[in-house]
Design a protein around this ligand. Structure first.
Ligand SMILES: [Zn+2]
Length: 194
């Protein structure tokens, strides 16, 4: 499974690809939180002193992605008077991006992968090709917290930055090109009008 750095970078990629105006820190932070949300399933395990106990459960399913997207879209519609469908699509995608990254990551603990179609199928799914590395995690609360500084985990973070950093840069570049092309079109149109 990727680290929170990987999931946050994926949030950045999604914000870069879907933002309508300038870079918006608030939106980026919100998307990144949603992209990390599935791993809150560590919390019940931390309460009972065994952090990994409930990890990779129902929170790592398509149903959870749609559920979280639906709740946020309803909040956006009724409390912020925003557009339901765009919020639903963006936040379901942000949540689902977490599951996709975990699917393509190495997993060394049974059951391997994610329960993608929970509750309709209890089967776990994992990609035969691993793009991301796994995380070394201690099994007690103290070793779990200390594992942040493990060399293996720092290498995992470096791999994530090496893969998702260029993806982010590529999307930035494409959007910039499209924006410039749009400006040129507008200029062209204006010249014709004159
Ligand atoms: Zn996860």
């Amino acid at each position: 499974m990727p680290t929170p750095i990987g999931h946050t970078l994926m949030g950045g990629v999604l914000h870069q690809g879907t933002k309508t105006g300038k870079w918006n820190w608030k939106q980026f932070i919100l998307i990144s939180i949603v992209a990390n949300l599935a791993d809150l399933d560590y919390l019940p395990g931390i309460f009972v002193g065994s952090p990994n106990l409930y990890h990779h459960g129902p929170s790592h399913s398509i149903l959870a992605a749609f559920g979280v997207g639906l709740v946020i879209a309803l909040i956006v519609k009724f409390l912020r008077k925003g557009d339901f469908w765009s919020a639903f699509i963006i936040f379901s995608s942000a949540y689902f991006s977490h599951i996709v990254l975990d699917y393509f990551a190495m997993d060394t603990k049974l059951p391997y992968g994610v329960p993608l179609f929970w509750p309709f199928m209890s089967q776990y799914f994992i990609s035969p090709i691993h793009i991301f590395s796994d995380i070394y995690k201690g099994s007690t609360n103290v070793t779990f917290l200390m594992s942040v500084f493990e060399t293996h985990n720092l290498i995992t973070m470096a791999i994530e930055m090496g893969i998702l950093g260029p993806v982010w840069g590529f999307i930035f570049w494409i959007r910039r090109k499209l924006e410039l092309a749009e400006i040129n079109w507008q200029k062209h149109g204006r010249k014709k009008e004159n």
